[in-house]
Design a protein around this ligand. Sequence first.
Ligand code: MD3
Ligand code: FE
Length: 205
Amino acid sequence: MNDLFPEPLPDGITLLPRQADAVALLPLIDAIAAMSPPRHLTVPGGGSMSVAMTNCGMLGWVSDRSGYRYDRIDPLTGRPWPAMPAAFTELAAGAAAQAGFAGFMPDACLINSYAPGARMGLHQDRDERDFAWPIVSVSLGLDAVFLIGGTRRADPTRALVLADGAVLVFGGPARRMYHGVRPLKAGHHPLLGARRLNLTFRKAG
Ligand code: MD3
Ligand code: FE
């Protein structure tokens, strides 16, 4: 259940509330951030994203003046991205299996860090090779308002609160839907402070 969206979820979205534990995941995220620090990527238009990003796994999502891509090398460090912890892979594969996607083996985990005011405009995720695999999202820390629309940018959107511990699986028709995140409101989370983290697990390559 959620406050803003009492109707059934759109086809292809599975919500697993309180499935992820920030206490267990935060030390793993901190270790990744110590090797590949979160940074505000430049977008092709020249601006910079309000969300700070890093990655773990064989592939990482990056953006610069030339466009978006997955890369084996962190452009900030010149080294491969930190390995994906087994606990991450298990969480993502377990959630995907519960949503009907047995055999999901993510090769990329994008870690998004939101401070108050950070947002993500409406977009589609289409840099991955095979859209038959879902994307698994894990939210930690402050609540965010997530917007999900249709397959066209102009389609109406609906709002869903992503709370600490929520795991969502976006597969089937939902995989191609436009989505975004409203500016994060100020607040305090006992572990994360004034921050929200979102992990998205992908089969990118
Ligand atoms: C629906 N992240 O990293 S997670 C992203 O909260 C992204 O940081 C948001 O959108 C965040 O690309 C939303 C939920 C999510 C992630 C990927 C999707 C929903 C999705 C891909 C397709 C459809
Ligand atoms: Fe996205």
